[in-house]
Ligand binder design. Sequence first.
Ligand SMILES: C[S@@+](CC[C@H](N)C(=O)[O-])C[C@H]1O[C@@H](n2cnc3c(N)ncnc32)[C@H](O)[C@@H]1O
Length: 246
Amino acid sequence: MGFYEDFVEKYDLLVSWENRFKREHKFFNTLLSKYQIKSILDCACGTGQHVVMFHQMGIIAKGSDLSPAMVKKAKINARKYKVKADFKVADFRNLSKVFKEKFDAVVCVGNSLPHLLSDRDLKKAIHEMGKVLNPKGLLILQQRNYDMLIGSKKRFFNMATRENEAFFYVLDYLPNKIVFNIVNLDTKSKKFKVYTTDYNPLKKAKLVRLLKECGFNRFEFYGDYDFNKFDLKKGNDLIMICKKSS
Ligand SMILES: C[S@@+](CC[C@H](N)C(=O)[O-])C[C@H]1O[C@@H](n2cnc3c(N)ncnc32)[C@H](O)[C@@H]1O
């Protein structure tokens, strides 16, 4: 995946982790204590920030990601925060080949699952996530609210401004995918670079169908990290807590 290899050094600059964790820390803390989660695999860990956060919450957390560059950065971040965490390069379509142990929760957030463009690949990934979960384990997914996005066909999103840089998204809606173009503007030189990656416009109903076909049958749906109800027509996020009946 060339996109993340190219974008890795910009990722932590673009994402405002302080702001994200203001919302996400409470959400995960509530969830993890409610379900007595002791171990977590973040299977699209990116730069490892959630794995560090889980460790700081006293959870045994591991991280994996398809991109070797992201995993390398995750290890650097873990060292920076003095966290001893295990990170592996792994495609989430093959998790059980890399991880032999089972986890109380598997986390796949940051709109990562919709990088898979076919139903076959999505089912393979969901199946593999299920395979590395304990029988009563939780699968925690977060992605963009594609129902809303496709409804609005909104194309331009302001993302972030940093000291000498600005980031914004331009989306191209194609029949079977949405191309996300991240435009990174150097505000001094006025030069810009465009990083491009594809996403599956994965609507809630389809995701639920695929999860059910992989054995998940109990769901909670949220529209944000404050536990507000998911609404197809508004809000940027779809957050799902998925379980298998025991
Ligand atoms: C937008 S980043 C999200 C990272 C992090 N979870 C976060 O919330 O910031 C998406 C991540 O998914 C990873 N990814 C994409 N396809 C994957 C796959 N098939 N298996 C594992 N990771 C994958 C990418 O390498 C990237 O690090």
